[in-house]
Design a protein around this ligand. Structure first.
Ligand SMILES: [Mn+2]
Length: 318
């Protein structure tokens, strides 16, 4: 484990810095890598800093990503990614030094230096705290990017939000006044077809006695509603306050890759340890998994059913 000033020392040392993050980019991953790039460039105008990875047109309210430099080398910083296989980068071995900055529960060491704060709400919160602490330059644009990263990963300050989150955001808004409702619109305005998909999910999900809710979003449904196969997964957090539901699962059929993608959320039972057994992982109460056939779909649902049963038993006995 390293500290902020160790990270700053490395940033000072290298003229070429690549910033990467996880596959399946989300606003926090985007925001943390781009804000770090902009803050380094603002502070050290002569450094070449690249924020890399696959982009998504959904997030075109953020500044653009960079093409991977032809010649790899220099410093690599990986943000918002707990395990090596999820780094959106073809080859990590070409860099002289690697640093991880992350807020997920630690899974494995894959960088030379690692800064993990699993109490932080988001990678963006850590980057904001880092910039403040080591005195990198900031501006209004960077402030807005970080605000959107934090707002998105916490779902408007609902998840993993601490007094530090509020403190940092409060100072940020004081120093860099911004049009919050416009920024919220960037993140939360949704197309009608997605709302219809949400309606389909709410109507058709199956809820067990023990409080496990699940729904399979088949390829046919995806086509019928004109959404893409990733859409269902993005809706999973919307089911977080149903009194009969303890753990809820969205299973998306991904015909192209021959996969069933699980998005799992929980209001009590710990689910990431189960997800890890099925090609996935994540946080205690928010995880994902990927399985290849219906047999494993049933097996994984069975394990989740069990963890709900155990959780209910424990809470009744106490
Ligand atoms: Mn994140």
């Amino acid at each position: 484990m390293c500290n902020y000033s160790d990270i700053l020392q490395e940033i000072k040392k290298y003229d070429k810095i690549v910033i990467a993050r996880h596959i399946g980019v989300d606003p926090d991953a985007y925001a943390s890598q781009i804000a770090l790039r902009e803050a380094i460039k603002l502070t050290f105008p002569n450094k070449r800093v690249y924020a890399v990875g696959n982009s998504s047109s959904k997030f075109n309210y953020f500044p653009k990503l960079d093409k991977m430099p032809e010649e790899l080398g220099g410093l690599l910083v990986v943000v918002d990614t707990p395990d090596k296989k999820r780094v959106d980068l073809p080859d990590m071995s070409k860099f002289t030094k690697t640093i991880k900055i992350d807020h997920h529960p630690w899974i494995e060491k894959f960088c030379d230096m690692e800064y993990i704060d699993d109490k932080a709400s988001s990678a963006s919160e850590i980057i904001l705290d880092f910039i403040n602490n080591v005195g990198l330059s900031m501006n209004g644009e960077i402030a807005e990017i970080l605000f959107m990263g934090i707002v998105s990963d916490t779902n408007r300050f609902l998840f993993s939000t601490t007094s530090r989150t509020f403190l940092l955001v409060s100072r940020l808004l004081k120093n860099y006044p911004m049009d919050i409702s416009k920024l919220y619109e960037n993140i939360f305005l949704r197309p009608l077809r997605e709302i219809r998909l949400q309606g389909y999910i709410e109507q058709n999900m199956v809820v067990s006695q023990n409080g496990l809710a699940h729904i399979m979003i088949t390829n046919d449904i995806i086509n019928e509603l004109g959404v893409d196969s990733g859409s269902a997964g993005n809706l999973v957090n919307n089911l977080n306050s149903i009194s009969e539901v303890l753990v809820w699962v969205m299973i998306s059929e991904d015909v192209k890759n021959g996969l069933y993608k699980f998005n799992i959320r929980s209001r009590g039972p710990i689910i990431n340890t189960i997800a890890e057994k099925y090609n996935g992982g994540g946080h205690k109460y928010a995880a994902g998994a990927r399985v290849a056939n219906m047999e494993d779909v049933e097996k994984l649902l069975g394990e989740l059913e069990n963890v709900c049963l155990e959780y209910n038993k424990m809470n009744i006995e106490v």
